[in-house]
Design a protein around this ligand. Structure first.
Ligand code: ATP
Length: 322
C-alpha cells in the first residue's frame, strides 16, 4: 500500500495580541578574515557563539510600521526605515504581499554597535514575531533566506548555539559543543562602525606590505584546535585557540581597548579578545567564580562603561509565550 501524504497543516491565521521574540547576542570565537573581494565583502571563517545577553522584540498590530526602543542605548538606535527590525518586517510582508502594519517594540539589552550583533538580533526577532503575528508561517529555510539577504550575521541570530559561518558569514554549519563556557563582556563607551573596522583591517594589511585583496591574503579556514575545544567543552583549550583578525583594526581605531584587554587578563581571564568588530571586549573564564573575579577586576579598572557576566552557547531567536 502506498504511504499516504501527511495532511497539510491548516493555514494559521493572524493573531491580534502582541507576540514577543527573545534573541541572543554573539561573540566570535574565531573570526578569520580573507582578502577584500571585488564585491566589497570579505570571505570569512567565522565561528559564532550565542551568549546570554538578549534583546526582546514585540510585534503588535498597528495601522502602519512603527518602532519604539527602550534600554540604556535606546537613543543610538534609528527609528526610521533603516532600523534592521523594520527592514526585516518589510521584507517578510513584501514576500507575502501584505501590508507591514505592525508596532515593533525593542527592549534592548545588547550594546549598540558593540560587535555583538545587536541589530542582527533585532532583525531575526522581528522576523519571527511578525511571522507569528501575521500568520505567514514562513518555512524555516525561507526565514533564513530573508535573514541572509538582510545581513551577514542575521542567520546566526535565528539559529543560535555555535556555528561556523562561511562566505561573508551567512552560510552556516551548526557545530557541536561539549558544555557551557563562562564569559565576561566589557562594554565600551560609544560604538565602532563595522564597515569602518573592515576598512581599517584592509588599510593595515596594505600598510604592512602584504596587500589586502583576495589574491594577497590566504583563504580563511576554521581552526581544528578551536573546533575540538568547542566539541569537548574545554575552556582552557578554547582560550588557547580563540582569534580575531579584526582585533588589530579595532585596537588601531580605539587604542584604549588594549587597557581593557589587559585589565581582564590581569583579573584572571583565560582569554581576552575584542568581540567581532568591537569595541566590546570578551573574556573567557574557567568557571562562574572566575568570571565574577574577572568582572570585579574589570569594573575596578575603570577601563570600560559596564561589565556583564554570562554564559553560552544559548539557543537562537525564540518566541516568548506569556
Ligand atoms: P555586528 O556585530 O553584527 O557587526 P554590531 O553589534 O557592531 O554589529 P549593531 O548593534 O548591530 O552593531 O549596530 C550597528 C548599527 O546598525 C548601529 O550603529 C545602528 O545605526 C544600526 N541599526 C539599525 N537597526 C538597529 C537595531 N535594531 N539595533 C541596533 N542598531 C541598529
Amino acid at each position: 500500500m502506498a504511504a499516504s501524504e501527511p495532511p497539510e497543516p491548516p493555514p494559521r491565521s493572524p493573531v491580534s495580541r502582541p507576540v514577543t521574540a527573545r534573541v541572543p547576542a554573539k561573540v566570535n570565537v574565531q573570526l578569520a578574515v580573507g582578502g577584500l573581494r571585488p564585491d566589497g565583502f570579505h570571505d570569512l571563517a567565522n565561528v559564532f557563539l550565542a551568549v546570554g545577553l538578549h534583546d526582546e522584540v514585540t510585534a503588535a498590530p498597528a495601522d502602519a510600521l512603527r518602532i519604539t526602543v527602550e534600554g540604556a542605548d535606546a537613543a543610538q538606535v534609528p527609528l526610521d526605515r533603516t532600523n534592521l527590525a523594520a527592514r526585516a518586517a518589510r521584507a517578510l510582508a513584501e514576500r507575502y504581499g501584505i501590508e507591514p502594519g505592525v508596532h515593533l517594540h525593542i527592549a534592548k539589552d545588547i550594546p549598540v554597535a558593540g560587535g555583538m550583533a545587536g541589530g542582527s538580533a533585532d532583525a531575526a526577532g522581528a522576523l519571527l514575531a511578525c511571522d507569528a503575528l501575521w500568520g505567514t508561517q514562513a518555512p524555516r529555510a525561507e526565514l533564513l533566506e530573508i535573514c541572509a539577504e538582510l545581513g551577514s550575521d542575521i542567520p546566526f541570530s535565528l539559529v543560535g548555539g555555535v556555528a561556523l559561518g562561511r562566505g561573508r558569514g551567512e552560510l552556516l554549519t551548526p557545530l557541536e559543543t561539549g558544555g557551557a563556557f563562562h564569559w565576561v563582556f566589557a562594554v565600551a563607551d560609544g560604538g565602532l562602525s563595522t564597515p569602518a573596522v573592515y576598512r581599517e583591517c584592509d588599510r593595515l594589511r596594505e600598510a604592512s606590505g602584504t596587500g589586502a585583496s583576495a589574491a594577497d591574503v590566504p583563504d580563511p579556514e576554521p581552526s581544528r584546535a578551536l573546533l575540538d575545544a568547542l566539541r569537548t567543552g574545554d575552556a582552557t583549550a578554547l582560550a588557547a585557540a580563540v582569534s580575531n583578525d579584526l582585533q588589530p583594526a579595532a585596537l588601531s581605531l580605539r587604542p584604549a581597548l588594549a587597557d581593557t584587554l589587559r585589565a581582564g587578563a590581569d583579573a584572571g581571564a583565560l582569554a581576552s579578545l575584542v568581540s567581532g568588530s568591537g569595541p566590546t571586549c570578551a573574556f573567557l573564564a574557567k568557571g562562574p567564580e572566575a568570571a565574577q573575579a574577572v568582572a570585579t577586576g574589570l569594573a575596578a579598572s575603570g577601563t570600560c562603561r559596564t561589565v556583564r557576566v554570562t554564559s553560552g552557547p544559548v539557543p537562537g531567536a525564540r518566541l516568548v509565550h506569556a
